[in-house]
Write a protein that binds this ligand. Structure first.
Ligand SMILES: Cc1cc2nc3c(=O)[nH]c(=O)nc-3n(C[C@H](O)[C@H](O)[C@H](O)COP(=O)(O)OP(=O)(O)OC[C@H]3O[C@@H](n4cnc5c(N)ncnc54)[C@H](O)[C@@H]3O)c2cc1C
Length: 389
């Protein structure tokens, strides 16, 4: 498949994992993706199967029943899932990146045993709740509050647009733990491990979204939600730092989600332009169409290469903050551009729900918004430049 990663560059293990991911994506996800999109159906059974195959614990350590794989192998598998359906891919991306990174780096052995192990086995689905109705890009201005209560805590507040807010078993929730008398800005935020079965955790109705319609996105209300002391992750006041670390890993996943969407749009466009005839010729015989396809293929390959380069940095243990922002920025804008070209190449059919490219166009848009908008990625990159990195 000339549009995907060249298999010759992969190790035997990577090839096996990609083959497994592609087989699963093409048999269990792709045939149903249009229907799930139309009915906004969240396929928990398929997510559970993905978990049983190890795809929800790819980056979790082997000591806690994870696969302990490198970031590149994770990206290779995630691209296959995203090319079949971006909604399924977002659950895989979030679980592997944000809650897994937070618990692996900052969880106590007891927290890891209790939460990370079942997550890595795919028995628990986890999400994260940082955004609030009035705190999106400026997430450090969040207002949800945790107050000490004996050995434990009581949480109150409102979270916005949490992926899997109504379907996760566990949420990593960022709230303030400083006091109104002594506000500490970003240093007043802590992370709590919140089982969604806890009394006082209330998910709103699933949001009616433009794209990514088979993923569950909800507001979450924290209403006198009581937690034991061991629900605090790591150090009090470090929650925003943990969220940013998680987002570094998360943005790399979103970059490859965008590559998967764009690659699918490219593959469909190549096939369509071979079949569709106008003026007595296949569309692909027009040089203007060939140039469009060439530009699409070039941008997809460049977006993938950038993401893989960031994965290599991550695997070497280097900082990826600035580079993950670059990968997400470039890949998400590529996905939006490539899917726009795909709709154009399909003409009137491209605008119809019966054809798959309009879904890809709608799914692509969110990659420019969540885990930091394109503007926020540019701010992160520019900050890195100013700091000389
Ligand atoms: C489908 C979906 C799933 C999501 N899942 C999650 C989740 O699981 N957990 C979670 O915590 N959040 C989640 N989010 C929230 C998401 O991360 C936020 O929507 C995003 O960070 C942007 O915040 P906002 O929507 O409040 O936009 P705003 O921050 O209000 O931004 C509006 C516009 O202003 C621009 N802007 C803001 N500040 C600046 C600036 N300084 N300079 C230039 N431009 C600026 C933005 O780029 C944007 O174009 C999700 C969102 C969606 C749509």
């Amino acid at each position: 498949m000339p549009t995907a990663t060249d298999p010759a560059t992969l190790t035997d293990v990577q090839r096996q994992i990609v083959d497994l991911a592609r087989e699963f994506a093409q048999t269990r996800i792709a045939p149903h993706a249009a229907e799930w999109d139309r009915t906004a159906h969240y396929p928990r059974d398929v997510i559970d199967e993905l978990g049983r195959l190890g795809f929800l614990g790819m980056l979790a350590p082997e000591d806690y029943d994870g696969q302990g794989l490198d970031a590149l192998t994770y990206l290779l598998a995630l691209e296959e899932i995203a090319a079949a359906d971006a909604s399924v891919a977002v659950t895989m991306a979030i679980q592997n990146a944000i809650p897994t990174t937070m618990l692996t780096r900052h969880g106590t052995p007891a927290q890891k045993k209790r939460w990370l192990r079942p997550m890595a086995r795919g028995e628990l689905v986890a999400g994260f709740a940082l955004s609030e109705p009035d705190a999106g890009s400026d997430a450090a201005s969040l207002r949800s509050q945790a107050v000490r209560d004996g050995d434990g805590w009581v949480l109150n507040g409102a979270k916005a647009w949490a992926t899997n807010g109504g379907t996760a078993d566990l949420m990593m929730v960022m709230v303030r733990s400083d006091t109104p008398e002594r506000r500490r800005g970003a240093k007043g935020i802590s992370t709590f491990i919140v089982p969604t079965s806890t009394a006082g955790y209330r998910a709103g109705k699933p949001e009616d979204k433009m794209g990514l319609r088979a993923s569950n996105t909800t507001a979450v209300t924290l209403d006198d939600l009581r937690l034991p002391g061991d629900a605090l992750l790591g150090e009090e006041g470090m929650g925003f730092v943990y969220a940013l670390e998680g987002l570094d890993a998360g943005r790399l996943g979103i970059a490859i989600q965008a590559v998967g969407i764009a690659r699918r749009a490219l593959e469909l466009s190549i096939s369509y332009c071979a079949e569709r005839r106008q003026f007595g010729m296949a569309l692909r015989d027009f040089q203007a169409v060939q140039f469009k396809l060439a530009d699409m293929a070039t941008r997809v390959a460049a977006a993938r290469a950038l993401a893989h380069q960031v994965a290599a940095r991550k695997d070497r243990g280097e900082s990826t903050t600035q580079h993950a922002a670059m990968a997400k920025l470039f890949a998400s804008e590529t996905a939006m551009w490539v899917t726009t070209q795909a709709v154009q190449l399909f003409g009137g059919y491209g605008y119809m729900r019966d054809y798959p490219v309009e879904k890809l166009f709608r799914d692509a848009k969110v990659t420019e918004i969540y885990e930091g908008t394109s503007e926020i990625q540019r701010i992160v990159i520019a900050r890195g430049l100013a700091a000389g990195s």
